[in-house]
Design a protein. Structure first.
Length: 150
């Protein structure tokens, strides 16, 4: 019996590897985004603590030096927060880019899998035609053999 060999199997294998690489890149981009968001949350918590401390300093005895230091710390935290928000935004863009690449890789792989399925269906049809032809030849041979003997 004939064995099916897809002539573009190596391309399909490459497409599967590319899809796996895209999945890995997407996972890494998501992990990086989660990390950046966690850093942003931590900065926001630190800012809230400094602001609470500043309110407490203003309520109590007025120590100007402590209040100034606290205000400077808040300003520094604000700039860190803005910087971290930009990092989060960049990580979001990277996730979106990785998602698009993964989508493209999946589409290409699925396309090649469909081509393989079609080639297999054609192979099965050709095999059926060949078997039908052989059966017809066998029946014809048997018919002529029987006809000559009588």
């Amino acid at each position: 019996m004939a064995k099916f060999r897809y002539r573009m199997q190596n391309i399909l294998d490459i497409k599967e590897k590319m899809e796996n690489q895209a999945k890995t890149a997407y996972g890494l981009a998501n992990a990086k985004l989660a990390s950046e968001q966690a850093k942003l949350r931590e900065i926001m918590l630190r800012r809230a603590r400094y602001e609470a401390q500043a309110r407490e300093l203003v309520k109590g005895s007025l120590r100007v030096r402590d209040i100034r230091e606290c205000r400077r710390a808040i300003d520094i935290i604000k700039s860190q927060q803005r910087s971290q928000m930009m990092n989060v935004h960049a990580a979001e863009k990277n996730v979106e880019f990785a998602r698009e690449r993964l989508n493209e890789a999946m589409i290409e792989r699925k396309t090649h899998e469909k081509l393989k399925e079609r080639a297999f269906e054609e192979f099965k049809q050709e095999l059926q035609r060949t078997e039908a032809k052989e059966i017809d030849e066998l029946v014809s041979y048997n018919y002529h053999d029987n006809g000559q003997e009588t």
